[in-house]
Design a protein around this ligand. Structure first.
Ligand SMILES: [Zn+2]
Length: 304
């Protein structure tokens, strides 16, 4: 994967809340499986998928030192010559690419207008419209405020603890979260929550379908990513290689429910799957990538 060093990073698409001290007086912690039902459910589900539920991010992994500041400093940093050497600037650019893709793809595929959503960079903990969360939960999308949340130290965890190496794991993770935003915009998410309430028995199976669709959407973005450009028309990616795609597939596999259950020493139990098996996640990402068409991501089956 090679980024175009001439592409402009649009930092207005991210909200840099690292070092804003949002951690101190935390609000109400997210009540797992209770209270706010759907919204909470999706968060927990996403988080568990990505980090396996068992890993807490250690404050000591918050390396990099230079991680403080508001958007003004991020904007300065990301307009510098070698901005793309910086993890946060690269991630802002990935967000730009993913949203540039959906701005075109959503009307094309679904006849609906895309509404941009910011990604919040936070460190250690953050207050969201879905409740308070800490880094241990991994990246997530909150449908109540339409924001993607990520502590960028998550990537270190992904590499160190899950063995998902390679830069392309990063845009894959973001593209998956933006897949949830698209589902939110299309009403897929709300529809699925209603279905879960009607039929609690199939709640996990429905969650798996929603997650696999987000993986498939990530694949569709990956296929079209080299066509995305910044607001001046500069291409964002110079190239995306087969190896990058393998890395994304590898990441999808590593965060499959069976892989996570195995890693945590639990027996593999498909009834407890909320995100799909390694094989399914790999399959659906690949389907999105092969077709490059989000309409093909029909994990709910035709007629949904
Ligand atoms: Zn998800």
């Amino acid at each position: 994967m090679e980024l175009n060093e001439n592409a402009r990073v649009d930092t207005s698409q991210v909200d840099d809340r690292r070092g804003s001290g949002g951690g101190g007086g935390m609000g109400i912690p997210i009540p797992i499986g209770g209270g706010r039902g759907g919204i909470v459910g999706i968060i927990i589900a996403v988080l568990v998928a990505l980090v396996g539920g068992g890993f807490g991010l250690n404050a000591a992994t918050n390396g990099g030192g230079d991680e403080q500041g508001d958007n003004t400093s991020l904007e300065q940093k990301c307009s510098a010559q070698d901005a793309l050497k910086q993890l946060d600037c690269r991630n802002a650019l990935y967000v730009n690419s993913i949203q540039a893709y959906w701005r075109t793809a959503m009307p094309e595929a679904f006849g609906e207008q895309y509404r941009p959503s910011k990604t919040v960079f936070f460190s250690q903990n953050v207050n969201t419209a879905c409740g308070a969360a800490d880094s241990g939960v991994g990246p997530f999308y909150c449908p109540a405020d339409d924001l993607v949340y990520i502590d960028l130290t998550f990537y270190k965890l992904l590499a160190d603890q899950l063995g998902a190496e390679g830069e392309f794991a990063q845009p894959y993770v973001l593209a998956h979260e933006y897949g949830h935003h698209v589902q939110d915009l299309l009403g897929t998410e709300a529809q699925m929550r209603r279905q879960q309430q009607r039929d609690p028995q199939s709640a996990n199976a429905l969650s798996v379908k929603l997650e696999l669709q987000a993986d498939c959407y990530a694949g569709a973005w990956a296929k079209n990513a080299t066509g995305t450009a910044d607001d001046k028309g500069q291409k964002i990616f110079k190239s995306i290689t087969e190896q990058d795609i393998s890395q994304a597939i590898d990441t999808a596999e590593k965060i499959g429910d069976d892989a996570i259950q195995q890693r945590s020493g639990r027996p593999v139990n498909p009834d407890e799957f909320t995100h799909g098996s390694s094989e399914q996640r790999k399959q659906w990402f690949t389907k999105g990538f092969t077709t490059g068409d989000p309409k093909s991501c029909d994990t709910f089956g035709s007629g949904q």
